[in-house]
Design a protein around this ligand. Structure first.
Ligand SMILES: [Zn+2]
Length: 298
């Protein structure tokens, strides 16, 4: 990295930091923030609901007992847990959506069926499950056994109110692969899931949050798709639904050993990023800046 590039990046961090601090010190902000939350729905991202196996990235796993702590917290706080499609309907009807949240699960691990699904039902919640086309029902021996949900399990979850969506065909990052593979990654799961489960899916979540304008253009070709999840932190509002339905915002929930505090942190991150984005501060830039700052500190 050149010295100019470094100075530019540091200046950018300072500028964004100053903007946030300046806003935080104005009394009006708090009131405005509460109003924003009436029109904004955060989405949280989980992967595996299991004890982390040796060799597995810790961030992929939330222990079942901790996951239940998260759900209990949402219940106690009076959260309405809805699917992405329900969230779109609520936002379009311009209702007050304060304390509404979407829970999403990526990759299609079998523990989503054995652990997450029963717990969601226990609390009267719903979830969005994004599965990888070629992995459905498969078992892999990779740093321990990885088992993926089967079509029968997915069908049962769908029958009981869960929303099943695509996490592409192969899980390759969409902005990185050759553009001529995009139709296969995006279109193929639509047909495959319909053929195997008898219903059309309407949502997609981008592997590793990787997407660009070509990816969005490809998805728009297929009318069955109604929404797509990026990895950009923030909240989903009527503006996002209308203008960027294939760039829904969401943030990961990680098990940092603090129980309910970990989900609360993730929710606050969504609300703050969403609020700043609503005020014209790019969520992507803010996210990159904070990551850069974190790397500088580490
Ligand atoms: Zn994934």
């Amino acid at each position: 990295m050149s010295i100019f590039n470094l100075i530019y990046r540091i200046l950018r961090v300072l500028l964004v930091g100053a903007a946030i601090c300046g806003m935080a010190y104005q009394g009006k902000i708090k009131e405005d923030f509460e109003i924003y939350k009436m029109h904004a729905i955060p989405a949280l991202m989980y992967h595996s609901i299991s004890e982390p196996s040796p060799g597995w990235p810790v961030d992929l796993c939330v222990k079942p007992a901790v996951f239940e702590e998260h759900l209990r917290y949402l219940k106690e706080q009076g959260y309405n847990v809805v699917t992405a499609r329900q969230a779109m309907i609520l936002l379009k009807s311009r209702q007050n959506v304060m304390n509404t949240v979407i829970l999403t699960f990526d990759d299609g691990y079998e523990d989503n069926y054995t652990q997450a699904f029963p717990l969601l039902k226990k609390y009267g919640f719903r979830g969005n499950f994004f599965v990888v086309g070629k992995d459905v029902g498969k078992t892999f021996n990779q740093n321990g056994i990885i088992q993926y949900m089967s079509f029968d399990q997915l069908k049962e979850m769908h029958r009981q109110g869960m929303e099943i969506g695509s996490h592409t065909m192969s899980h390759d990052p969409l902005a990185v692969i050759k553009p001529n593979f995009l139709p296969w990654e995006i279109y193929q799961p639509l047909n495959l899931f319909y053929e195997k489960m008898g219903f059309w899916i309407s949502g997609i979540a981008f592997p590793n949050g990787s997407y660009n304008a070509a990816v969005v253009a490809e998805i728009k070709k297929y009318v069955k798709f109604e929404y797509g999840f990026s990895g950009v932190p923030g909240c989903n509002t009527l503006r996002i639904v209308n203008e960027r339905p294939f760039e829904f915002r969401r943030a990961g929930v990680y098990d940092r050993g603090r129980g309910a505090k970990d989900i609360d942190r993730a929710l606050q991150k969504c609300y703050i990023f969403g609020y700043l984005e609503d005020k014209g501060i790019s969520a992507e830039l803010l996210d990159k800046t904070l990551t850069f700052l974190q790397e500088l500190i580490e």
